[in-house]
Design a protein around this ligand. Structure first.
Ligand code: PFF
Length: 446
């Protein structure tokens, strides 16, 4: 670690939980989950997703935090230290850094979309938009690669600034803004139910027809469980590394898992009633956050202000996730190459910004970049492959390779008797086997 840096610690247990919830709750819940669950036919997909969250996600959250707190290093440093320089595990550490860099590159571009919708809602540009033409408006925006470069740049500047200044400010802001976002999501879901009814949404979400699910869908559900809980790339290793020893990792893990899942399901309840109620044509499912809500807000008094507030809060939720994606990259640069944090932040942010620019330009700016379709590729590779594989390896590492004594040191006495034995079985067998079966199934082995 460079000598200009001291390892910071979270201000309190609550501060830590809030920062982790801030990392987990983001575009994955509000933008991505509703559209992939919609694409994959609802109920059956949601069931696989929930199974993955509780059987795989939750045990791995705990594993990542345990490893990070024990090693007090970034993800690469953690693997290096705890494996005593083993080449394979160091490569897994590098895979984590790759995933963080790749995800942040396209995530920041999508986060930029919310800034555009914030601004245009605020100035009233959507006041005459209808469900018939909201798709067109979205299409013309995402077809404009240069505009997206602008918003992506803004977003990366905010992210880098916060990572540089430390986590205190963001902890405070998340503490206030996330509950406000949660309340607003609940309110909007209520408005959608009131305007368009709830029955079709419920039957879609809780209709367990497993014939609707494809091989791709199964892998996507599991991959998304990793994405939404910020797992499989060492983000929770890094956050755990700043965690004082008296804080319960198990309790933090439970809160993160429950709140994250709740927001994702509620986000579906905001959009689906509109889609079903208006029989709107969904050409581009990745657009539903923008095409449904931006119009529904017009039915409310002061709708444009509520809309602006909503998109701003979504941007904020995305920001608390982007900082948690940049942090692993910066702490890797800092701790591996002994580069001061300021310079490390600059290097990491510029690299991510550059890849993000290629992603953004792929959205209609030129044929060359469109053919490259880097954004879709990075999303697909990370969400479906590098996160589940990384997560499975993290589980095996914690379950079999790190000494039992080191792992047990991170649990309290009560947790060691009540929680640890079950967790140990999950992390050694159930979670890795679950991911492996899904991967083999996708590869066509059975
Ligand atoms: N969990 C975030 C979301 O659902 O939007 C995305 C994310 C953040 C993924 C941090 C991975 C990560 F390390």
């Amino acid at each position: 670690m460079s000598d200009t840096t001291q390892r910071t610690q979270w201000s309190s247990s609550l501060g830590f939980i809030i920062a982790c919830v801030g990392s987990a709750v983001g575009l994955g819940n509000i933008w991505k989950f509703p559209y992939i669950a919609y694409e994959n036919g609802g109920g059956a997909f949601v069931t696989i997703y929930l199974l993955a969250i509780f059987l795989v996600g939750f045990p791995i959250i705990v594993a990542e935090m345990v490893l990070g707190r024990h090693a007090k290093l970034n993800s690469y440093g953690t693997f290096k230290k705890l494996s005593k320089d083993n080449k394979f595990w160091k490569a897994v550490g590098l895979l984590c850094i790759f995933s963080a860099t790749a995800i942040l590159s396209f995530y920041s571009v999508v986060a930029g979309w919310t800034l555009d919708y914030f601004w245009n809602s605020l100035v009233g540009n959507f006041s005459t938009m209808t469900f018939e033409n909201s798709g067109e408006r979205f299409g013309s925006f995402v077809g404009n690669g240069y505009k997206q470069v602008f918003y992506h740049t803004l977003f990366m500047i905010f992210t880098a600034f916060i990572v540089l200044k430390g986590t205190k400010g963001i902890e405070k802001a998340v503490k206030i803004l996330l509950p406000v976002l949660g309340a607003l999501v609940l309110f909007i879901a209520g408005v959608s139910f009131y305007n368009y009814g709830a029955s079709e949404t419920f039957s879609f979400m809780f209709h367990f027809d497993f014939s609707t699910i494809t091989k791709h869908g199964v892998l996507e559900a599991v991959g998304h469980a990793f994405f939404t809980l910020s797992l499989g790339l060492g983000c929770m290793i890094v956050y755990g590394s700043y965690l004082p020893s008296n804080v319960s990792i198990v309790r933090a893990g439970i809160w993160i898992t429950i709140l994250d899942t709740l927001i994702a399901v509620l986000a579906c309840f905001m959009m689906y009633p509109i889609i079903f109620g208006t029989k709107m044509e969904v050409n581009e499912s990745a657009a539903i956050l923008f095409t449904t809500l931006s119009v529904q807000f017009n039915s409310l008094p002061g709708g444009n202000i509520i809309a602006a507030l909503f998109y701003l809060l979504v941007a904020f939720a995305a920001l608390s996730s982007t900082i948690s994606l940049l942090e692993p990259v910066v702490s890797f640069i800092d701790e591996t190459y002994n580069i001061p944090r300021k310079k490390g932040t600059l290097i990491g942010s510029l690299l991510v910004w550059f890849i993000g620019v290629i992603c953004a330009l792929g959205n209609g700016a030129s044929d060359f970049f469109s053919h490259l379709a880097l954004m879709d590729k990075l999303d697909y590779i990370t969400s479906n492959w590098t996160l589940p594989v990384g997560g499975m390896l993290i589980a095996l590492f914690a379950g079999f390779f790190v000494s039992k004594k080191d792992i047990q040191a991170e649990f309290s006495q009560a947790e060691l008797t009540k929680f640890y034995p079950l967790w140990n079985i999950c992390i050694r067998y159930i979670s890795p086997a679950f991911v492996l079966i899904v991967i083999l199934y996708k590869l066509g082995v059975f």
